[in-house]
Design a protein around this ligand. Sequence first.
Ligand code: BGC
Length: 352
Amino acid sequence: MRFVESEGENYHPKPGRDRELGFTFSFPVKQTSINSGYLIKWTKGFAIPDGVGKDVVQALHDAMKRRGLAMRVTALVNDTVGALAGARYWNEDVMVAVILGTGTNACYVERAEAITKYHGESPRSGSMVINMEWGNFWSSHLPRTIYDEDLDAESLNPGEQGFEKMVSGMYLGDIVRRVLLKMAEDSFLFGTEVPANLYKPNILRTPDISKMHQDESADLREVAKVLKSILGVSSTPLKVRMLVVELCDLVAERGARLAAAGIVGILKKIGRDGSCLSNRSKCDQGEGRHTTIAMDGGLYEHYPKFRKYLQETVAHLLGEEIAANVSVELSKDGSGIGAALLAASHSQYVNT
Ligand code: BGC
């Protein structure tokens, strides 16, 4: 509302026209048309039971009406799809978009004929975007520990979003806290008393572990500061601080490597991992072409070591030759821009 009020005269719609909006909605939705879809479930710590099963566009329209805003949604898009559209607008090599932020998810461009459950009209381009909702991926092969199990059991959505809980920014800090708590209880890591704050869920956030992990000072000053300000531990031997850094490293590396494995899985699925050379039927004619993965989200943007592990693992899994043709590129705020582009291309006033 404030943004609309701040817009100059030139941007006012012609009389009788509503403003049109691209609506980025970063939760699982059963999409029923370009501008309607109902919420399947909440993720990332949201819990508003009333919203589940409702058309989220209708809910936004109702809210805008209450505020006297003459606007309508012309495109409802998941943030991954927005990121893909925003990045692909500039660069046709973008085949995949990944969000690594509070939550995580990915989408990619698939050949329409490879989508067996789709029975609608074939799109003119021959391809469609698949929103994977990979945060809910689960496999018994995932390296899940007791800390992951406890975090899951105590979360607002137990049994759901298993992959997201091992990878995304909402959870990495709390995994570290849980391990520290165990070490404080069993091995007196912080002395004979367990710091009371260590019992508080989510008190240690991912930006805190990033700060400790990136600490390059000889005496690990930043680590000491975080331990003091957040956990109330006033002095720690250097050895303990080093151990804390090591733990942050383990948790971030695991998350980054899992996300990288997800990306390589997509590249395999669309034949951009070199496999086209041996099996042409599964390919999108893109073999040998450069493939770009558009990345958005605060975890990837603000956690350099996480970013480095992810890039290294993608390259490692693909092998040097194929990796030379693949790049992971930050597309900051790409999802909002992409949603706006999609809204513009679905405008009901096109050609008028
Ligand atoms: C949601 C996805 C979203 C992702 C990143 C997940 O929790 O289920 O829809 O794309 O977070 O925001």
